[in-house]
Design a protein around this ligand. Structure first.
Ligand code: LLP
Length: 440
């Protein structure tokens, strides 16, 4: 039997085709071509609501769920997150500009990043984002200067390294001491930075942020992070008489990509984290902070699939069978980067019994250009349509034009209707910024 992971919004219809958001994938391919990213609007909205409802329900203080836009950042998703009442986490001038052009309310935007340029900081100050999450002492000074030039007092928080190790891929761990992100408590730099910020005129310290990593299935590291951060807040209160009003615990909640992955109950996660925060605040006699969470992947990953057309199917006798598709690491670099695993099925013959082990390869000039290694599929032939599931996060947002491949279109589906939210790139888009000097 094929598995579709009980993913919401997906089903196999009477034509033996995969359907997403009520749209037949074969019809979508006929209309829009391949490769094609497809995002289910209801799934995105429901995921936003799950987080928002859970925070409202379980936390007696105030708080806000931010959508971490790095997972998938376009005008349409910013608009959806805004409509669902979420805030937005941005990490670059480009993401901030996207938010601006989507008319995202700036009083719900948090600006992160470990090396924001002075231009980006100026843009954030001028646009009046709700919070600039300052990464380090040097950035603090640059920001204080920029804020004074702009004549605005800017509200900030600090990114703290809580020193927590998590069981996730080395590249997406972020909370350890040896991390390029944030300031450390152990060596005292966090205390120095707080002292410096409290003495500044153009920035106003509001709270603290941490993010321990991504694709984490275990609740314990999040609870531990809450504990460590609140201990820090309490210590700051004792040392400086300053009580933080905001605690941002970042994102990182795991997503089920393949059958072997656990499924995470996000509602339960929030419930437990909220309880820890309330207990510790009571114990330390500090007031309940404005609690911020920043899920990215878990909001959009399960909403997305990628559709490809199969080209060459090649069997290397006694070695491996390669099924080549018309996309690859350019639209999904996650296997190449993290050996990420995906569930794959034939969108045009979805119920056919898987009977052979194949490796799905992309079309780039790179041996590592693989989408999935050794997956079971029905006998695949040229012209079949492959669906790679759970590709809504960190696929489009990490795509590239390597080998000058145009980026695929993104289509939003809902109730059997589809709408383009990102156009397919053309060859003219590929050379758009190329310049041929006249004297060449
Ligand atoms: N907040 C901060 C400060 C972050 O750095 C991140 C992710 C998030 C929130 C959202 O985390 P999420 O809920 O999406 O796990 N490209 C990698 C993931 C990198 C995550 C970077 N930061 C991947 O494809 O797995």
């Amino acid at each position: 039997m094929i598995t579709i992971l009980n993913l919401k919004g997906l089903r196999i219809n009477e034509r033996n085709h995969l359907e997403i958001g009520g749209c037949d994938c074969v019809d979508l391919v006929q209309q829009y071509g391949t490769p094609l990213y497809v995002m289910d609007e209801d799934v995105i909205r429901n995921n936003c609501r799950t987080y928002k409802k859970a925070l409202d329900k379980y936390y007696s203080g105030d708080g806000m769920v931010l959508y971490a836009s790095k997972a998938f950042c376009t005008l349409a998703i910013c608009r959806i997150a805004a409509q669902e009442g979420l805030g937005l986490d941005v990490v670059s001038g480009g993401e901030l500009y996207t938010a601006k052009m989507a008319r995202f309310p700036m009083d719900r935007v948090y600006f992160h990043g470990n090396n924001k340029t002075p231009e980006e900081l100026k843009m954030a100050v001028e646009l009046g984002v709700r919070r600039i999450v300052v990464d380090n002492a040097e950035e603090l000074e640059v920001l204080d200067f920029i804020a004074s030039e702009c004549g605005r007092i800017t509200e900030i928080s600090f990114r703290i390294k809580p020193g927590i190790d998590t069981h996730t891929h080395e590249y997406i761990k972020t909370g350890k001491v040896d991390s390029k992100f944030g300031i450390s408590m152990e060596n005292g730099e966090a205390f120095d930075a707080v002292k410096a910020a409290l003495a500044m005129k153009n920035v106003r310290l509001v709270g603290f942020h941490c993010h321990i990593g991504s694709q984490i299935f275990d609740i314990e590291p999040f609870k531990l992070a809450a504990r460590v951060m609140l201990d820090f807040i309490s210590e700051i209160k004792t040392r400086f008489g300053f009580e933080a009003q905001e605690l941002n615990l970042g994102g990182g909640f795991g997503v089920r990509y393949v059958e072997g992955d656990e499924s995470v109950d996000y509602d339960e996660f929030i419930k437990e984290v909220a309880a820890v925060v309330e207990d510790i605040c009571k114990d330390r006699q500090i007031s309940l902070p404005f609690l911020v969470l920043e899920p990215g992947r878990s909001i959009v990953a399960p909403a997305g699939i990628t559709l490809y057309t199969v080209g060459n199917v090649r069997e290397i006798k006694d070695v491996r069978k390669y099924v080549s598709i018309d996309g690859g690491m350019t639209d999904n670099p996650r296997y190449a980067l993290y050996r990420a695993k995906y569930e794959i099925l034939l969108a045009n013959r979805s119920c056919d019994e898987p009977c052979e082990k194949v490796t799905v390869a992309g079309k780039c000039c790179e041996s590592g250009d693989i989408i999935a290694k050794d997956v079971m599929l029905p006998r695949v032939k040229r012209g079949d349509i492959l669906a790679v599931l759970t590709t809504g996060a960190y696929n489009y947002s990490m795509s590239s034009n390597y080998n000058r491949l145009p980026r695929p279109a993104v289509v939003l589906v809902k109730d059997g209707k589809s709408r383009i939210i990102v156009k397919r790139e053309s060859y003219d888009d590929i050379i758009r910024n190329d310049v041929l000097p006249e004297d060449l």
